[in-house]
Design a protein around this ligand. Sequence first.
Ligand code: SF4
Length: 91
Amino acid sequence: MSGPASYTVTVDRDACDGVFACLVRDPRFVEDDDGLAGIDADDAEAVERTEASVTATFADDRIDDAQQAAEACPLDAITVETAETPGVIDG
Ligand code: SF4
């Protein structure tokens, strides 16, 4: 059996303007000390923070929530990317 695919969620903190449309779509988005969106790391496999962004890796079945938050963000500050599992290379 294979587990849920892993995916990353990134908040571009330069683009984020603290509108917080994301929070109501996915509670993993949280308001951080700067009044911008951060990511609650409790359920994350890994979190990487820089001044300009926060990226968290998850391996669960909540990618839809993250994608809805990304679509709801008026500033396109959220990116959700799936980690492609290496497959058969077609020739
Ligand atoms: S919806 Fe977008 S701009 Fe608003 S807080 Fe979330 S990431 Fe930032």
